[in-house]
Design a protein around this ligand. Structure first.
Ligand SMILES: NC(=O)c1ccc[n+]([C@@H]2O[C@H](COP(=O)([O-])OP(=O)(O)OC[C@H]3O[C@@H](n4cnc5c(N)ncnc54)[C@H](OP(=O)(O)O)[C@@H]3O)[C@@H](O)[C@H]2O)c1
Length: 231
């Protein structure tokens, strides 16, 4: 068994990842406990990683995997986004990752072969209207991950980023609230469907495992082809 910390494990992709990896020694964080997560029997901490004090967070001495799932979908025309909106998205998507990675770094180093998995979005690669704030925050994650991967390679800590397109989780609920919206969203993707939390969870499991031991500093599109293909 290896020690894995999943931040944002209460719902969505983080919860699906926790389900998939339930036989490992799981440590989980979310702002709110959920009954689904309770059932998995992980060691749970109720925390907002973007702002709460992390100094008392008690983690194992060695950490083999860290997955950071919090994010936002704040889609609005640029002229209706305030400076506060940009800062809130940056805090939610980026600063939380910085804070928890800094907290976990000694334990990740101790494991002598750890893997960090972060989340971006297809909208950091392909320009989409109304995505300026989220694209900026996720662009920060992508640049950060590549630099961190370079810095931590000598310690055999790998850092990779998954960049999904629209996936069926609570985060995307408003965009998928009617059958019409779901069909239109599916049709925008070359593979004619939206993502499932399982799609991302399977990729997280691969990136945490030794099967990906030669991969670091990568931004991996998981988007039904939307990021690279034009039909
Ligand atoms: N779903 C999509 O369409 C989509 C598309 C592109 C990229 N992504 C990215 O994929 C990642 C996972 O998304 P998802 O759809 O699974 O999101 P989700 O359904 O909103 O789940 C996010 C999880 O993180 C927790 N969380 C949020 N902020 C937190 C914080 N500050 N501190 C601690 N826990 C926090 C949430 O629970 P609480 O609210 O209880 O804390 C929840 O358990 C995100 O980074 C997102 O940007 C998703």
């Amino acid at each position: 068994m290896i020690n894995i910390l999943i931040v944002g494990a209460g719902k969505g992709i983080g919860l699906e990842t926790a389900r998939l990896l339930k036989d490992e020694n799981l440590f989980t964080i979310s702002r709110h406990a959920t009954p689904e997560l309770d059932e998995l029997g992980s060691q749970f901490f109720e925390l907002d990683v973007s702002k709460d004090d992390l100094s008392n967070l008690s983690l194992p001495e060695e950490l083999h995997g860290l997955v950071f799932c919090p994010g936002s979908i704040n889609l609005r025309p640029f002229n209706r986004l305030t400076e506060e909106d940009f800062l809130a998205d940056f805090n939610q998507n980026f600063m939380g990752a910085v804070r928890i990675i800094q907290k976990c770094l000694p334990a990740l180093k101790k494991s002598k072969g750890a893997s960090i998995v972060l989340f971006s979005t297809v909208a950091a690669k392909v320009g989409m209207p109304f995505h300026t704030s989220i694209a900026a925050s996720k662009g920060a994650i992508e640049g950060f991950a590549k630099s961190l991967a370079a810095e931590l390679a000598a310690a055999n800590i790998r850092v990779n980023v998954i960049a999904p397109s629209l996936s069926d989780t609570s985060l995307a609920a408003q965009l998928l609230s009617t059958e019409e919206k779901r069909i239109a969203s599916a049709k925008r993707h070359p593979l004619q469907r939206i993502g499932l939390p399982e799609d991302s969870a399977q990729l997280v499991a691969f990136l945490l495992s030794d099967k990906s031991s030669w991969m670091t500093g990568q931004i991996i599109g998981l988007d039904g082809g939307l990021g690279n293909i034009k039909l």
